[in-house]
Design a protein around this ligand. Structure first.
Ligand code: FAD
Length: 261
């Protein structure tokens, strides 16, 4: 009985395509067998692997794609060489394979364009994934002009920046979006961006950029801050946001794992 209850909600998806994002990050495009899966930007799915001997491992992965494309769910996975699940995805999973998943999951760490707001998004490493879903949703919603958004994105080096081309294009094409990079470990020659871990000054600058942006309806709306990444990154960044005056209920957090970026 307990076993069948645990299985409730699991379904199968076919891997439609695999895309390399960086040296250690890949995106997997999943087509749920049951058809379209409605979700809200910021939500995640659980993925379950089962070995031939019945051993199972389960991990959560944020949805990277926009809810406007419910028939194909993208998840973006960073390889942890000593991990159980991420190496399986990186070294074994190919287009045409099937994976078990359940979802969508997640309530507070979600955003709908119809809620409006000025968005301050702070991501560390693969923590950018659900924030990318929000940015893609914003772009696809038809309300982008009303929703100023700033992404403050911390990566180890420029080679670790996920979705770099798409983020560059968004930043260049949409005057109401700014992407502010910081590189914590190594910066290429001529790097004009930030070169340290996210600190309160950096969040203050990002907030200043956001407050100076946009001339649509979003100008008068509240700042809502979403922070995602390693646990210590999230704790620090959320504290900075609150110290800088963002209402605590408007600072929403998602923690991915134990280590720092
Ligand atoms: C809500 C939620 C959403 C998530 N979304 C994503 C996502 O979009 N993309 C993504 O790549 N990951 C995401 N994660 C993390 C993911 O669930 C796994 O923890 C991660 O892929 C590691 O799994 P693993 O089996 O490969 O490693 P494990 O076997 O679990 O761990 C291997 C080693 O790595 C350490 N470790 C575990 N997780 C992390 C981590 N996140 N960072 C650094 N070290 C870690 C462990 O302590 C251990 O030492 C999310 C986690 C949560 C809770």
């Amino acid at each position: 009985m307990a076993r069948s209850l645990l299985n409730v909600g699991w379904q199968v998806a076919t891997v439609a395509a695999v895309k390399r994002e960086t040296g250690d990050v890949k995106t997997f495009m999943l087509e749920p067998e049951n058809g379209e899966m409605s979700f809200v930007a910021g939500q995640h799915i659980d993925v379950r692997l089962t070995a031939p001997d019945g051993y199972q491992a389960q991990r959560s992965y944020s949805i990277a794609s926009a809810p406007e494309r419910p028939g194909c769910i993208d998840i973006t996975i960073e390889l942890l060489e000593d991990g159980e699940v991420s190496p399986y995805f990186h070294y074994v999973v190919e287009p045409g394979d099937q994976v078990e998943f359940r979802g969508p999951i997640g309530g507070p760490f979600t955003w709908r364009a119809r809620e409006g707001a000025r968005l301050l998004l702070i991501g560390g490493g693969s923590g950018v994934v659900p924030l990318m879903s929000m940015l893609r949703h914003r772009a696809a919603s038809g309300k982008a002009g009303e929703i100023p958004a700033v992404l403050l994105y911390s990566s180890r080096t420029d080679h670790h920046i996920i979705y770099r081309g798409e983020l560059d294009d968004m930043d260049a094409a949409d005057g109401n979006v700014r992407v502010l990079h910081t590189l914590t470990r190594h910066q290429p020659p001529g790097w004009a961006g930030r070169r340290r871990r996210v600190d309160i000054e950096m969040v203050r600058d990002a907030l200043g950029v956001l407050e100076g942006m946009g001339d649509g309806d979003g100008n008068g709306s509240e700042v809502v801050c979403y922070v995602c990444g390693p646990s210590d990154f999230v704790e620090n960044s959320a504290l900075f946001a609150v110290e800088l005056g963002i209402a605590p209920e408007n600072v929403r957090t998602e923690r991915f794992g134990p280590t720092g970026t």
